[in-house]
Design a protein around this ligand. Sequence first.
Ligand code: MIC
Ligand code: SF4
Length: 646
Amino acid sequence: MQLTVAQKIISEHLVSGKMISGEEIIISIDQTLTQDATGTMAYLEFEALGVDRVKTKKSVAYIDHNTLQAGPENADDHLYIQTVAKKYGIYYSKPGNGICHQVHLERFAIPGQTLLGSDSHTSTAGGMGMLAIGAGGVDVAVAMAQGEYHFTMPRIVKVNLIGKLNPWVSAKDIILELLRRVTVKGGVGKIFEYTGEGVKSLSIPQRATITNMGAELGATTSIFPSDEITFNFLKAQKREKDFFEIKADDGAIYDEEIEINLSQLEPLAACPHSPDKVVPVSSLKGLKVNQVVIGSCTNSSYGDLVRVARILEDKTIAEHVSLAVAPGSKQVLSMLAQNGILASLIMSGARILECACGPCIGMGQSPSTNSVSLRTFNRNFKGRSGTLSAKVYLVSPEVAAASAITGYLTDPREFGLKDYIEIKMPKTFLINDNMILTPVNNYEEVEIIRGPNIKPFPLGKPLSPEVQGKVLTKVGDNITTDHIMPSNAKLLPYRSNIPYLSNYCLTPCDRDFPKKARENRGGFIIGGINYGQGSSREHAALVPLYLGIKAVLAKSFARIHQANLVNNGIIPLVFENPKDYDDIEEIDELLIEDAISQVKSRTIKLKNLTKDKEYKMILDITLRQREMIIQGGLLNLIRSKGKGKE
Ligand code: MIC
Ligand code: SF4
């Protein structure tokens, strides 16, 4: 049978199930990654599974999110992760070494292998031809303990790239174009697989920009074939032995097909407050810009920053602009420093930040009130920058750099640089893995250090026969995990402290939500379309669990969030008739009778006691997930079946 790249990798790793879209499958996981904002929970959950060592070929713990240390909390979390990593055979990438996805691409990603990461942008490694999936912390904990991952076989979308990018049009514009067409909910349940003659013209970091932002489509993952460009990248990283060629068979069958003609693209921008509100940069001409930030796991590679530096060379940023640059990794920053290019950035007025997520997750550099911020990042959700009134536009590094100079949103084709700046991939990157601590043999002697900020995580309870409670809040479409569990410099230090975080749950939508949840001892949340889009943060389920949320009723769910709810024993119900959404109001009293037998079926009867009505709700989850709901979550399910096993 002729197979696509994704199907080849899945079939090679298939432990059970059939590779038919919509069927539950189990695949073996070769590698895992965690970062520090999700890592503390993931490792607490891993410890609860009671195994001695990770079962993967390679697991890596990165510190890249919570690097502003305004108190001991973040440093305590880092120390916990460092010691837990040492104890269980996990590589540890120290703070300063770079953003997990950039470093993973450089030093660990392997074509043809599988990667599960507790971060939604884990798909970045798809640029290397790896099947790389973002998931909640407990799924990653289980993958480390058992070497496996359960998920629903996605539909495979062929993205046929034809033509070649014109000068000043960038890989970012390819994925922005796809977001414009498909939207932030259009990728749910799908893998985007890139093919066509256009693939050859894209470097690995460019491919990784595209697979990275596949997360914004809501996709399960995105993947490129591996070819001689992949080989050359690996060779330049002195990892040619990791190369494995993988391409789709002629005649492979895809579920859907999209074509993008690269030659017809122009510089694009995603407008506030969603990555799919995409328009041509030329249509925003004259927009005054107050801040420009270049970096994040989407656009902080060596090539990206060299081009930025060349645009900024011998120029000064506009008087009213603040420019910040966060290189993606120590490798990128040290290469810029070594060849002197860093000086062009500094001389132009750029504020050089450490190699970390930084402003992307609101860790510093919040823009001023009502200002316009251009960012090369992947998300521009309202308030994510740390400034609620800021208007954040997502653009390519080229647009960002040109605009920093002019002070207005600028199409780089009109910036006045005569020639396009071609960047050649270096023959060899500067390689020094001294910030990656490797697993040790004498792990029995390692003592895990837990600071006072690390609190136990809430554990779901077995499902009660009657699920009853009030509607605590009703929110609209496309609610992000940044709404459900906001993250910023003030809250991120408490990622291992669920009781503290619970004071902020859903507050961007409903300031009184935590109070109402406490007063009513939990209840129900009502959401619209694509509820829980965005990050993989499990906290968006753990915190509602802590507040006693029993079920979320929505028009549809984002993939990772739905899995996180189920993993924590919260029932994700979809309105069979979306009009019922309009009928339910806050404070209505809802009841699921005979819940244990009802969750075994696809349709659930939900009573509105206040209005004396009954709604049909769909519970579209797998058999194993139904068991999870009954047992009160994944950890309880595993425990019920014996240590570390299912
Ligand atoms: C994000 O970009 O929102 C994050 C922060 O990287 C999250 C993970 C988290 O919330 O810790 C993600 O994308 O999964
Ligand atoms: Fe970090 Fe931003 Fe990438 Fe998330 S999207 S991993 S916060 S750089």
